[in-house]
Design a protein around this ligand. Structure first.
Ligand code: C2E
Ligand code: MG
Ligand code: MG
Ligand code: MG
Length: 276
């Protein structure tokens, strides 16, 4: 009886594993098809100066709308694309599209506008990563100083030696680097001074409760003074209400991004909303 139960247990367990693998596989092949069929696109979320209210840039965020699956969250498909290697194709496409779009908006009147593009760990260690960046810049005509790459702390920590070399070359080329979701990964403060960074993005989880929680206030305050001392700009992400914005502005946070000031939207809507 115990044996039967055990067997039963394992059977159930292994079925679950099979199901997960199967659905990952089918999602993966749906992604391949989706790339061919043009189901992927970028949305853009505005980033504003807290002091002047001026539009400074936008983060490009990938969207996948599949005819049978509907909208699939990047939280779901990005990790899968990472594991399967598809991120190389998607990442290169996102980078090129974002650079072209930013250049177009600049020509239509957005002066000094920057575009922020997420770079996943696997992309960052690609041998041809720097070539890809240069190509996207050259072909679009976007100035390197108007491109910001968002990486996470994990990317830096995994292979600091190599990351340092890549970051240095990007810095020499004039491309800006932001640390995304800052405060949520394992980071070493030493890297903040060693690597040529421009921006820290305070993770939404610290912003959510910053008005009421003494702990979050302390964390955000510490990130802001750290950034000031290291000469970095700070973007607060996930700002949803006026109280948060008021606090961040008062504490000297330079830039904000969130549903309060603007959700991620299609490029047409972005143009309509934010361009004269
Ligand atoms: P992320 O880079 O930290 O992007 C910010 C996420 O917060 C976005 O989610 C954005 O829509 C969301 N957000 C912004 N403001 C608010 C707010 O006020 N409230 C709430 N609730 N959410 C807000 P999204 O677009 O679902 O993307 C999730 C993650 O997927 C991104 O987090 C990023 O890690 C990844 N991702 C998205 N696009 C790309 C891409 O092109 N390449 C790579 N490698 N990763 C991407
Ligand atoms: Mg990001
Ligand atoms: Mg982020
Ligand atoms: Mg985040």
């Amino acid at each position: 009886r115990a044996k039967a139960q055990g067997k039963n247990y394992w059977k159930v367990y292994s079925d679950q594993v099979d199901d997960t693998e199967r659905s990952d596989l089918s999602l993966e092949s749906a992604m391949y098809e989706g790339i061919e069929n043009g189901e992927f696109m970028l949305h853009y979320q505005p980033i504003f100066c807290t002091q002047t209210g001026q539009l400074k840039g936008a983060e490009a965020l990938m969207r996948w709308q599949n005819p049978s699956r509907g909208f699939v969250s990047p939280m779901k498909f990005i990790p899968l694309a990472e594991n399967s290697g598809l991120i190389k194709i998607l990442g290169a496409w996102a980078l090129r599209s974002a650079c072209y779009q930013a250049k177009q908006w600049q020509e239509a009147g957005l002066k000094d506008f920057y575009i922020s593009v997420n770079v996943s760990p696997r992309q960052f260690v690609q041998e041809d990563f720097l070539d890809m960046i240069h190509k996207a810049l050259n072909e679009s005509g976007l100035l390197p100083g108007n491109l910001m790459l968002e990486i996470t702390e994990g990317v830096l920590m995994e292979n600091p030696q190599r990351s340092g070399a890549v970051l240095t070359q990007l810095h020499v080329a004039g491309v800006k680097i932001a640390i995304d979701d800052f405060g949520t990964g394992y980071s070493s403060l030493a890297y903040l001074k060693r690597f040529p960074l421009s921006v820290l993005k305070i993770d939404k989880s610290f912003v959510d409760d910053v008005v009421n929680s003494a702990e979050d206030m302390a964390i955000v305050g510490t990130i802001l003074s750290l950034a000031e001392g290291l000469n970095l700009l700070v973007v607060a992400e996930g700002v949803e209400n006026d109280a948060q914005l008021g606090f961040l502005r008062q504490e000297g946070c330079n830039l904000v991004q969130g549903y309060l000031t603007g959700r991620p939207v299609h490029s047409d809507a972005f143009k309509e909303k934010y361009m004269a």
